[in-house]
Ligand binder design. Structure first.
Ligand code: IPE
Ligand code: IPE
Ligand code: MG
Length: 252
């Protein structure tokens, strides 16, 4: 089975929003000012994706490793999350966005956890776009959780180790109900994955920019989408096979 050529618009876009701290440092301001400016870039990005009809947007907001930052920065980020949850959910709901969180929710304060739950419950029936926020998320831990679940099945005698396949792991990692990301964007100039969606990114098109996250605009996103539309996704096959499959789907 061939997957065919890339549809010109990604169905699922995943973004590492990096560079808030450097943006602030360039202005000789505290890092938190950068995170605040980053929150405005989040709103712009959601607007753009809704307008363009991108069905799923996944944003890396806070990694499992980010807990190790100075207490002052972590506390400031938590306040920012709390404010954002209080301020933005009504509007997201009004616009038909389904909001979900992936990651170790239990590490957040009760106030944040209850607001996350409320946001998810309120917006569960929305269909305009699925917005997944990765918060205290780590790709390796995601795979560990899936593995534990399968190990429990084996221990209970319901599953044989030799029957474990890629689909079973894929069904147990985060975002299993969505197509894997078609396009990954990282701002901030670093060319790495930083423990984001390791399993889910296996065949994702990767796109990197030096632009710092608070400076991310519709124009930059459009540039990423244009580059994406020009790429040939081969999924291990040859160009000729991909062209033949595309011709087949075009013919009646
Ligand atoms: C990304 O920006 C936001 C979070 C990790 C919470 P950074 O805070 O990592 O910004 P830089 O990379 O230090 O510039
Ligand atoms: C990745 O950025 C995590 C988020 C954007 C939330 P980091 O700034 O934590 O990544 P590293 O440390 O540069 O790899
Ligand atoms: Mg960073």
């Amino acid at each position: 089975m061939t997957q065919g050529p890339a549809p010109s618009l990604p169905r699922h876009l995943a973004i590492i929003m990096d560079g808030n701290g450097r943006w602030a440092q360039q202005r000789r301001r505290p890092r938190l000012i950068g995170h605040r400016a980053g929150a405005r870039a989040v709103n712009r990005t959601i607007d753009f994706c809704l307008e363009r009809g991108i069905a799923s947007l996944t944003l890396f907001a806070f990694s499992s490793e980010n807990w190790g930052r100075p207490a002052e920065e972590v506390e400031g980020l938590m306040k920012l999350f709390l404010n954002a949850l209080d301020r933005e959910v009504d509007e997201l709901h009004r616009r038909g966005v389904r909001v979900r969180f992936i990651g170790e929710r239990e590490r957040f304060s009760a106030g944040i956890v209850s607001r996350m739950q409320l946001a998810e419950q309120r917006t569960a029936g929305n269909t305009a776009m699925t917005l997944s926020i990765a918060a205290s998320y780590g790709g390796r831990l995601d795979i560990v959780h899936a593995t534990r679940e399968l190990a429990r099945e084996v221990a209970a005698g319901r599953l044989r180790p030799e029957d474990i396949d890629e689909a079973m792991i894929g069904q147990r990692v985060a975002l299993s109900d969505l197509p894997p990301p078609d396009l990954f964007i990282r701002t901030g100039g670093d060319i790495r994955i930083s423990n984001f969606l390791l399993w889910q990114l296996a065949y994702t098109e990767l796109w990197f920019t030096d632009i710092l996250w608070p400076d991310f605009t519709a124009g930059v996103l459009q540039q990423a989408l244009d580059d994406y539309a020009r790429r040939e996704r081969r999924f291990g096959l040859t160009s000729a096979q991909i062209a033949a499959a595309a011709a087949e789907t075009r013919s009646p």
